[in-house]
Design a protein around this ligand. Structure first.
Ligand SMILES: [Zn+2]
Length: 337
């Protein structure tokens, strides 16, 4: 019984909407790129680097995340990183993926904006040509930096406007509330970008509300702490605001102690548009299907939950009506089998 449900969630068609492409860097690739680029790492071996992945909160994770990203210098590096992720996504039956990238992590090191975007974009183009996979880029502002720096990054992004689907907000949540970026998000909205923001992961449910009201985001990344506020939960359900939930990430960063305590089924049963995603899969213990399997093993997931998660992933995606209908029909056909 459980086995068949595991096969079901692995094989079902799905979209991924919350993946930081720099968070897909496996220790092996970090070492290979460091060697190719002559970058000195503070870790003597792949094993030592992997051992350092035993962080316990968002900040200690971010410290190693930025160290890992330091090996990315050329367009080919960004291509190779993205390609490695897309191959895993394809193997997990992901048909559409929206990738977060953090340009400020790279431009601060002297890597040009175009190098980042062109490398990632070329890998997406190849995945589309080879497998028909669709996708796009969501540029994130690092919220521990200033709004002024976000405005500067937005300027740098404008020549690449056609390659950027939306704007997001990530990095250290606590102490950096959404309202810090109200003006730059207003500008992004004027420019016609889709808008999302991380909120209610380590930060309070109030950050979810301000992300909706002041930043006018269309999706909330994480948002699991909304269960602390029943009125907010009702609003999220009523307005069908998608939450991009990342189960393994939540356990690794101690948002929940165990997967059995995760609130994803509570959210799903309350009618919220919940999706499952991998966040930073190289660092948090797994890609899309690893997340789904972990849920099935720890929680009373039913077949109808799986179908709803698959449908939600496409309903929450930034794709046009026709493509959405095509993907939803594929989900329905899969579950009709
Ligand atoms: Zn994230």
């Amino acid at each position: 019984m459980t086995l068949s449900l595991i096969e079901l969630v692995k094989n079902m068609p799905k979209a991924e909407l919350h993946i930081h492409i720099e968070g897909s860097l496996e220790p092996e690739l970090i070492f290979a790129l460091a060697q190719r680029n002559g970058v000195e790492l503070n870790y003597p071996s792949i094993e030592a680097l992997r051992a350092a992945y035993a962080f316990t909160n968002l900040q200690s994770f971010l410290d190693i995340y930025y160290a890992g990203a330091s090996v990315l210098l050329t367009e080919q590096d960004f291509y190779d990183m993205t390609r490695a992720y897309l191959e895993r996504a394809h193997a997990d039956n992901i048909l559409h993926t929206e990738l977060f990238f953090d340009p400020q992590t790279h431009t601060a090191r002297g890597v040009e904006f175009g190098v980042v975007v062109n490398g990632i974009q070329r890998a997406l183009r190849d995945a589309h040509a080879e497998w028909g996979m669709t996708g796009g880029l969501i540029m994130c502002f690092l919220r521990h930096l200033s709004e002024e720096e976000a405005f500067l990054t937005l300027e740098q992004a404008l020549p690449y406007r056609e390659h950027i689907l939306g704007i997001g907000l990530d990095s250290s949540e606590r102490g950096h509330p959404p309202e810090k970026f109200a003006r730059v998000f207003a500008r992004c909205k004027e420019l016609g970008f889709h808008l999302v923001a991380h909120a209610g992961e380590e930060g309070p449910p109030a950050y979810i509300e301000t992300a909706l009201d002041l930043l006018q985001v269309e999706r909330i990344d994480h948002g699991v702490r909304c269960t602390d506020d029943p009125v907010l939960m009702q609003r999220l359900a009523l307005q069908a605001i998608p939450l991009t939930v990342c189960p393994l990430s939540n356990i690794k960063l101690c948002v929940f102690e165990t997967m059995a305590q995760h609130n994803i089924l509570t959210l799903l049963d309350a009618g919220l548009v919940v999706t499952v995603n991998s966040d930073d899969p190289a660092y948090f213990g797994g890609y899309m299907n690893d997340n789904l399997v972990a849920l099935v093993k720890a929680l009373p997931v039913q077949r109808h939950h799986a179908r709803q998660l698959a449908r939600n992933s496409f309903n929450a995606a930034f794709i046009d009506h026709n493509l959405k209908q095509k993907y939803l029909a594929q989900v329905d056909a899969f579950f009709a089998q």
